[in-house]
Design a protein around this ligand. Structure first.
Ligand code: PEP
Ligand code: CO
Length: 464
């Protein structure tokens, strides 16, 4: 557990670090802005704008993540692959919040553990791409890199990186954050009223029935406790929500990196919990350089090509003092590779006694294209990666402390399989993602339920 001293004085303050020091390292996945002065002007403007989060929220989350590392909490991290400016509206935001609240209720109830809720939202606007350019017919243009950088339309004007988009992304993040905070403060997350979280378009679902039975049971338990104690059970009408995004676009992140009164060091105040994507996690790269100097809890995506030796070096750089709650490792191997790749990493980290929070992202290693041209993920593969993760951690004597999911509260058909057994043909009905396919409401809830069932099986193998 973090001692208060860690907040007052550094164990080992990196004196050789500045928010812009990343510029001396190779920075991959960055746009090339045509006008350097315009970029500098935007950075200046961003530095003067109010921050999106506070240092005390960041440190509170770090403490929760430290508890998750010890098995005393479970992390649920989820949201869109990429937010876009047009989806910054009340329905999309509140529907996503509803699904995350429902999932967290299922997890709290089934795992008997408090859940740390972290959204992939209020800043998830920058995307790494597998190619710098996109060709359609005879035309080649720069790739779409997320709404914070350029626009998805396939036209030369739309694809020019525009630094003004950073100001817009900051504003949209603030609006999203403000709406989420207001909903929660206004009682939206009140356990006495879980009916607030029902999604209008879900008319009937076998999962919804199971979910509603669970909610009724919890409601009875709450009323029973309140009758016994003669008072309202506190802390049920308020939950904490934290934000996260891939801190990919370094000029934006740099401009949001600040010192605050009565705290040592630097904080990224654009989000509570930034992560490094798989494509930008090189040890000597700009992203690792930037991340090592901020005091936020941070995460790194770990793909199948990472070796145990590379991983230990990365941990040395990103968490040299083995600070609790500081570092999470999000493995995203793919259902076909996880059994092959993960055990050696788990063993190496365990053998070296490094303190990390292990998180499973069962989405990004399972992306494929269908014959009708859609980028999709099969629910069976997602399920398999989650289940294998639990088994592999159990076998290694490590602990899976959370999941990282791409999901939406909208009625989309982007991933196949799941409760309604969506097929490749169904993808044509409601495929809306501009980047990766997301779990819809039912598939997300089903994932929460399968986590609970799998955890119960691991905890009591004899009765499984
Ligand atoms: C993502 O989380 O959207 C992403 C691009 O993941 P990864 O870095 O794991 O590929
Ligand atoms: Co994605």
């Amino acid at each position: 557990m973090a001692t208060p001293d860690r907040n007052l004085q550094p164990v080992n303050l990196p004196t050789d670090w500045t928010p812009g020091g990343w510029r001396a390292r190779p920075a991959v996945q960055q746009p090339s802005y045509p006008d350097a002065d315009a970029l500098a002007g935007v950075q200046q403007e961003l530095r003067a704008l109010p921050p999106l989060v506070t240092s005390w929220e960041i440190l509170a989350l770090k403490q929760y993540l430290a508890e998750a590392q010890e098995g005393r909490r479970f992390l649920l991290q989820g949201g869109d692959c990429a937010e876009n400016f047009t989806d910054c509206n009340s329905d999309v935001i509140s529907n996503r919040l509803k699904v995350l609240l429902q999932m967290s209720l299922v997890l709290v109830h089934g795992l008997r553990l408090p859940v740390v809720r972290v959204g992939r939202f209020a800043g998830q606007y920058a995307k790494p791409r597998s190619a710098d350019t996109e060709t359609r017919g005879e035309h080649t243009l720069p790739s779409y890199r997320g709404d914070i950088i350029n626009a998805p339309e396939f036209s030369p004007e739309a694809r020019i990186p525009d630094p003004r988009r950073m100001i817009k992304a900051h504003a949209r993040s603030a609006m999203t954050m403000n709406f989420v905070r207001s909903l929660i403060d206004g009682g939206f997350a009140d356990l006495h009223h879980p009916e607030y979280w029902d999604l209008g378009w879900v008319t009937h679902s076998p999962l919804a029935d199971e979910y509603h039975r669970m909610v009724a049971g919890i409601g009875d338990a709450v009323r029973f406790m309140e009758t016994l104690s003669g008072a309202q059970v506190h802390n049920l009408n308020r939950v904490d929500f934290y934000t996260s995004h891939e801190a990919l676009l370094l000029p934006y992140e740099e401009a949001q990196t600040r010192q605050v009164p009565r705290q040592w060091g630097w904080f990224n105040l654009s989000t509570h919990f930034p992560w490094i994507g798989m494509r930008t996690a090189a040890l000597d790269g700009a992203h690792v350089e930037y991340f090592r100097g901020i005091r936020n809890p941070i995460a790194v995506k770990i793909g199948p090509s990472v070796t145990p030796d590379q991983l230990l070096k990365l941990i040395d750089v990103l968490n040299p003092d083995d600070e609790p709650g500081r570092l999470s490792l999000i493995h995203r191997m793919g259902a076909a590779h996880i059994a092959d790749k993960l055990p050696a990493l788990l063993d190496a980290v365990k053998r070296d006694g490094r303190r990390v929070l292990w998180i499973c992202d069962p989405m990004h290693g399972n992306t494929e294209s269908t014959s009708n041209g859609y980028k999709t993920r099969r629910f069976g593969n997602i399920r398999s990666e989650v289940e294998q993760s639990f088994d592999l951690h159990a076998a290694a004597g490590t602990r899976l402390g959370g999941v990282h999911l791409e999901l939406t509260g909208e009625d989309v058909t982007e991933c196949t399989g799941g409760a309604r057994d969506l097929t490749d043909i169904d993808l044509e009905r409601a495929y809306r993602s501009t980047v990766d396919p997301r779990l819809n409401y039912e598939q997300a809830l089903e994932t929460a339920m399968l986590i609970v069932r799998k955890q119960a099986q691991i905890a009591a193998p004899a009765s499984a």
